[in-house]
Design a protein around this ligand. Structure first.
Ligand SMILES: [Ca+2]
Ligand SMILES: [Ca+2]
Length: 207
């Protein structure tokens, strides 16, 4: 098993100031895979102005927004009522840039299979209030990556969601698993997860 992140290193809460914006932070620590965790939280602007349909509910959503924090061993994304939120975590080596994925030169030809012994990525979900798309993306370079999306079900008890390498879809030629430069966890992929939502992730590792 390769421990990518067990979220034992805290991150103070980050939250975009308003709809249509993102906030990011970088946690530098030797105990995090590749020495650094890059985190971005997005308050997604919906395709249609919501006030036309939900009136005061939209104002309530503005006041609550979207927030991301790491505390007590968990990554927690909170999305206020009516809002749309996303979180993008990347492990791409020490670059100090939360919003940039070093897809071509991040990890330096990292073998995510650990010599052919690892079969996929496991996401340990502590709890989830609303069904949400969560993607794992592996980059060998910016044009060649592999990704898989799962719908994380509603759960109040811990579950493990597996992303088998064999089930990943290819962008370009796909990622070369023995030559990985960046690992990305994308919560709310495909337009964002709508609130009210709280999803808590315990860890991400290979299996
Ligand atoms: Ca980084
Ligand atoms: Ca980065």
């Amino acid at each position: 098993m390769i421990d990518i992140d067990d979220f034992s290193i805290d991150m103070p809460q980050i939250s975009p100031a308003e709809e249509g914006f993102a906030a990011g932070a970088v946690q530098l620590n030797d105990s995090i895979f590749s020495g650094e965790r890059d985190a971005v939280v997005v308050w997604v602007k919906p395709p249609e102005p919501l006030e036309k349909t939900v009136g005061q509910g939209y104002l309530a959503a503005i006041s609550e927004g979207v927030a991301l924090i790491v505390e007590e061993g968990k990554l927690i994304l909170s999305v206020g009522p009516v809002a749309l939120g996303q979180a993008i975590l990347s492990w791409d080596g020490i670059d100090g840039l939360a919003t940039t994925v070093q897809a071509t030169s991040g990890l330096g030809d990292f073998d995510i299979t650990n010599g052919g012994t690892q079969e996929g990525i496991a996401l340990e979900v502590a709890s989830n209030d609303k069904a949400a798309n969560v993607s794992v993306v592996l980059f060998s370079d910016k044009d060649n990556s592999s990704e898989m999306t799962s719908v994380i079900p509603v759960t109040s008890t811990p579950i493990v969601v597996n992303y088998p390498f064999d089930d990943f879809a290819r962008n370009g030629n796909g990622a070369t698993l023995t030559d990985i430069e960046a690992i990305v966890l994308y919560i709310g992929s495909g337009g964002g997860v709508s609130g009210p939502e709280v999803i808590e992730i315990d860890s991400i590792h290979t299996y």
